[in-house]
Design a protein around this ligand. Structure first.
Ligand SMILES: [Zn+2]
Length: 87
């Protein structure tokens, strides 16, 4: 994934699709977590850390204070909840 933090909309979009991916991947893994290969777990955590960093960057760099989903809020069952929604 190419990350260009100077582009706010693009970064937001990448964070949103990352969150969607994490949520569905995690759901999928939970269905049969005993047979999930380590590689798949690793990828999940790697992605989660990246999304966390990107959220931190966008808040710092663009002084972004809203929910990642804008006027909406993070869905309750989302894999990770953004900083705004955890407050
Ligand atoms: Zn949120």
């Amino acid at each position: 994934m190419r990350i260009d933090i100077t582009n706010k909309e693009k970064t937001l979009h990448q964070i949103r699709s990352g969150l969607k991916w994490l949520t569905s991947e995690y759901k999928d893994i939970c269905l049969d977590f005993k047979s999930v290969p380590d590689k798949r777990w690793e990828k999940l955590w790697e992605r989660a850390l990246l999304i966390e960093d990107m959220e931190r960057w966008i808040r710092k760099f663009h002084d972004f204070k809203d929910c990642i989903w804008g006027e909406f809020k993070c869905p309750k069952l989302q894999f990770m909840i953004c900083d705004k929604c955890t407050k």
